[in-house]
Design a protein around this ligand. Sequence first.
Ligand code: NAI
Length: 342
Amino acid sequence: ALRGSFALKARKANRGSRYGLQLVASYKVAILGAAGGIGQPLALLIKMSPLVSALNLYDIANVKGVAADLSHCNTPSQVLDFTGASELGDCLKGANVVVIPAGVPRKPGMTRDDLFNINANIVMTLVEAVADNCPDAFIHIISNPVNSTVPIAAEVLKQKGVYNPKKLFGVTTLDVVRANTFVAQKKNLKLIDVDVPVIGGHAGITILPLLSKTKPTVSFTDEEVEQLTVRIQNAGTEVVEAKAGAGSATLSMAYAAARFVESSLRALDGDGDVYECSFVQSDLTNLPFFASRIKLGRNGVEALIPSDLIGLSEYEDKTLEALKPELKASIEKGIAFVQKQP
Ligand code: NAI
């Protein structure tokens, strides 16, 4: 916290400087799965952040080249590479934010839940190492199925005695990014102004964009609501099919994940006005985890924003009730996976 407030003061002091430079960058970010389709562009975007002083890249292979390449960008952070389990601990020590896009992506015809068997093990192992080496870090889970991998991470952290629900996040920013883009296109709005909260989970029908809460206020016909909702829910599949076997969203995902990292760093740095949607432990519904807007602060989730769930449209109410059984089952599957380990 001390470091954060120092950085904030120093940044404020720098703001008026002759060159407009922010001279202080003080946070360490680790990316696990950094050589992958998401990991590489995400590492590039984080390398551009003035708030990052150290960028630690971990993968089971091919990460050396990625780090060497990025290290030539003349931005403040130092880039280091870590390959394989024996170097994972060193990668994580001192990290303020750990981002996890490790795992296999979908191919056409697959649901996110089809990835469960492989990715559940990967996330479990990586989060065990986070618990051992940087239990105080913000943990951003990208690996799918997020509806299960976040509960898996929570369970692992509980078993290690270091679970802090305020610091574990399922990254659903891409759903918001897509919703904003599609709504702006459909209603001819200036993209930068559009903000659509997306709640629920991160898979198919569990993704619920709250179009009635769109800012600026816009009205939609019933057909528009139905069409936009279904498009936002299936946007990932649009990309999977277009890539035809070569994977799922990587560039838009990296963009979205970088936004969530930047928001987290701003919150750590003392900015009191940071809001994002994320899949977190929640008491807004009867489900133990739920995506909603949250206020981010130095200690992670400072508040859930319940007002988004009040005064929903009839369509949203109905869709919310319909998504609960699937989301509940995915959460329970994740918890059971960890509890069943020998
Ligand atoms: P990718 O296959 O291109 O990259 C995955 C990387 O993870 C590879 O470099 C691989 O070597 C690495 N990896 C595998 N096992 C590992 C381990 N035990 N430790 C460290 N690294 C390991 O896949 P891509 O496209 O980057 O996707 C990654 C994940 O992100 C997938 O599970 C995908 O479903 C998910 N995803 C999530 C989204 C979201 O909105 N939350 C959106 C898009 C994808």
